[in-house]
Write a protein of this length. Structure first.
Ligand SMILES: C[S@@+](CC[C@H](N)C(=O)[O-])C[C@H]1O[C@@H](n2cnc3c(N)ncnc32)[C@H](O)[C@@H]1O
Length: 279
């Protein structure tokens, strides 16, 4: 293991342009490699050397994250994130719910305060887990939202989806979340990024205002009777107007079976599915 760490360190040290702004992805992936190898360094001097290289990479990343946040303050976040989204283009086609370097990038840019401990969830409510960032970007690319759209994330957790919607599009992102600590963190993040088009409502998704969304998103936030109640509320809303409903994870199969929704005949559970209500 120490030989592997030495080889990685030598390669990183010889690559002086690795600190440049275009090399963010490589730095994030190099940090992951160091994280995997450092616990088994077995040598104090080698470990110290690895810490020094690690700090160099983290400092370069912090500068890049700060530059992207500054672009978001200027209302140019979609362009600052755009090049990284394009770099992720092929990955967006990838199946699976694993996290990758793009999640590290989004986590570095979005200034989430560590939320207070979450309360235990009631039966049928699913614990917090964010949608992998490449899927959020894939969703936003496929939705092509305009300034007239309101994307409502039912069970929004820390708010990645509404926040990225507000950063990357003209649309409004609204999160509905039952856990107060997550809502407080999401609101603080929107405020720190000066996003006027990201909002978070504290409450049960069954009591959400279904009249305001043009797109609803569900990353399997609940199951059973809660899911049934929310889908029935959306179906009643669909009698009045057309809108889109998007999903990720196991709940996609539930949505695909709803006769008032039209989408792919056999949507994949590990890529975001987009449905439209029948006119
Ligand atoms: C799988 S996470 C999805 C988080 C977020 N949508 C995302 O993709 O990043 C599910 C979230 O739904 C929330 N949740 C569960 N039941 C809920 C309910 N009845 N009303 C509102 N939020 C709920 C949980 O607290 C959790 O944050």
């Amino acid at each position: 293991m120490s030989d592997a760490l030495r080889t990685v360190l030598a390669a990183l040290e010889s690559d002086r342009v690795l600190d440049g702004p275009q090399r963010l992805r490589e730095r994030i992936e190099a940090l992951d490699r160091l994280d995997a190898l450092m616990p088994r360094a077995g040598d104090d001097a080698l470990l110290q050397h690895a810490h020094t290289v690690r700090q160099r990479l983290e400092a370069a990343n912090a500068l890049e994250f700060e530059a992207i946040r500054a672009a978001i303050w200027r209302g140019e976040g979609r362009y600052a994130l755009g090049c990284w989204r394009q770099a992720a283009g092929d990955d967006a086609q990838c199946r699976g719910d694993a996290y990758d370097w793009l999640d590290e990038l989004v986590g570095g840019v979005l200034p989430f305060a560590e939320p207070d401990e979450a309360s235990p969830l009631a039966p049928e409510m699913v614990f917090y887990q964010p949608t992998p960032a490449r899927h959020v970007f894939d969703l936003l690319d496929r939705l092509a939202l305009t300034g007239d759209d309101v994307l409502v994330d039912l069970g929004s957790g820390l708010g990645h989806v509404p926040l990225l919607t507000a950063i990357c599009t003209e649309a409004c992102g609204l999160g509905v979340e039952i856990e107060p600590a997550y809502v407080a963190s999401a609101r603080a993040c929107a405020q720190a990024l000066r996003l006027a088009n990201a909002h978070f409502a504290l409450g049960d998704a069954r009591e959400a205002n279904f009249a305001i969304g043009s797109v609803f998103y569900l990353y399997t936030p609940f199951t059973g009777t809660i899911m049934r109640g929310v889908l029935d509320a959306l179906r009643r809303e669909a009698v009045r107007r057309v809108f889109r409903v998007c999903s990720f994870g196991p709940c996609t199969a539930v949505l695909a079976a709803e006769p008032w929704l039209v989408g792919d005949a056999a949507p994949a559970a590990d890529r975001i599915a987009i449905f439209r209500t029948r006119a």
